[in-house]
Unconditional design. Structure first.
Length: 247
């Protein structure tokens, strides 16, 4: 849809619902999390327009935290400011951008997994296992909200691997890609969640076993297989368009 998006506040914890009675910073974070969840659940479609006053009414907060959250999202390339017209959700990533992003992930994430196997604390390993359990529970859910929540946990999983690698440069570089946001916006496909779970388990098992080579290999295989899954989506779009889609 190309008209103004109506953002329905979801009070569930997984969806990052906005709650009253918070500080400005906390409210801005909650608005950010809510909008991010809506993006990844495809409840906000590419090209949709969002405005501060509409968001303030729908989420029941003042315009200030809305503005703060949207400014942050603009800086991260997740929304685009339109002069005198609010913000728009950008279009889906192109195939060329996707391939560039995949190349960077293949360079950085296996290295992060290798270092994680060497440096992760017992608490961080336990945290990775908790995330696997949470994602397994979300995988059993249906609908776009569960899919978006899975995507957010998937992003948190990869971020914790990078954090436990104790290389802040790698972690920051991966965060700037926002790869999970862009990928999960491409298409709602439950196969993506099912196949990712087994690959995540292999990564965590190698990290917990303190096996750097196995961790790097498991992560590389996961990123490569994920790339193939999403690459098929581009193939389907290009086939439907008679091969005219942007490459």
């Amino acid at each position: 849809m190309d008209d103004e998006a109506i953002i329905a506040p979801d009070r569930g914890a997984a969806a990052g619902g906005v709650l009253p009675g918070r500080s400005r910073g906390r409210l801005a974070d909650e608005v950010y999390d809510t909008l991010l969840g809506q993006l990844m659940s495809l409840r906000i479609e590419p090209g949709s327009r969002v405005t501060i006053d509409v968001l303030a009414r729908e989420l029941g907060v003042s315009q200030t935290p809305i503005r703060d959250a949207l400014n942050r999202m603009e800086a991260e390339g997740l929304v685009v400011r339109v002069p005198h017209a609010g913000y728009r959700i950008p279009p889906q990533i192109t195939r060329h951008r996707f391939e560039d992003m995949l190349e960077v992930r293949l360079l950085l994430e296996p290295a992060a997994a290798r270092r994680s196997a060497e440096r992760a604390s017992l608490e961080q390993v336990a945290g990775l296992r908790r995330m696997l359990k949470e994602m397994a529970e979300l995988e059993e859910g249906n609908g776009p909200t569960a899919y978006g929540a899975f995507g957010l946990r998937d992003a948190a999983f990869h971020d914790l691997v990078a954090l436990s690698a104790e290389n802040q440069v790698i972690r920051e570089a991966l965060a700037r890609l926002h790869s999970h946001v862009h990928l999960f916006r491409l298409h709602r496909d439950t196969q993506v969640t099912h196949l990712a779970m087994a690959e995540h388990e292999e990564i965590v098992a190698a990290i917990a076993a303190r096996d750097p080579d196995a961790a790097a290999y498991a992560m590389r295989r996961h990123i490569s297989r994920s790339g193939e899954r999403f690459r098929r989506l581009f193939d389907e779009v290009e086939g439907a368009d008679g091969g005219t889609a942007e490459a």
